[in-house]
Design a protein around this ligand. Sequence first.
Ligand code: PXP
Length: 240
Amino acid sequence: MRLCLNIDHIATIRNARGEGLPDPVTFALMAEQFGVDGIVFHLREDRRHVNERDVRLLRELVTTKLDFEMAPVDEIISIACDVQPELCTLVPEKRQELTTESGLNVIDNLTNIKDAIDRLHERDISVSIFIEPDLKQIDAAAEINVDIIEIHTGNYSNTNSEEEMFDELERIRQAAIHAKKLALGVNAGHGLDYQNIKEFCAIKDLVDEVSIGHSIIARAVFVGLEKAIREMIELIQTSK
Ligand code: PXP
């Protein structure tokens, strides 16, 4: 199970002062040196964290893999087609939300999402959909030719008891098995941290990649980026 780092929060801190520091692009390049397998960013319609300058520089300089998170809307799809990241992850986007709150409802937005996938495929970009661990949603995603699903782990991360946590993990495991049967790649993310990643690793053979942002950046503030990344990689490698 590979680790990709979401760098949005670094851009948010930069934007708080309206100046250049800390630079999310420099941060991404350092993260690559410290062992992450890819860099994730979400170019939002309101540009609240990364902006187009960041996206274009990331494309030029990142050598691992770029995962461009985006709402399936015309303006952002056009930018992605131009930038050509290795992967685009389609997510729902609401102006008022603090962070992405749920998976995309593929069933209710089939045509719109299919159009986005087709446009990105024309540019040879792989496409992932951020999705709840719901078998019907996964079937719908497979029908419109998505390459990968990213299973939303928010509910798993927010559980309050061991019992609930194992129930949620089981839902994710079943979703991952189902997606693999449909020949889809399986990623996962949202709310994963240094505690809950240990239990999550029980299903790591079914998950190709996790996308983690908040917990690693929060830890990096205290211990530095290198230690924060290496600790997470070690947990992923050693937990069973
Ligand atoms: N995956 C997706 C699709 C997301 O929107 C986010 C949050 O930006 C993440 C993963 C990472 O979540 P977190 O910051 O809680 O690790």
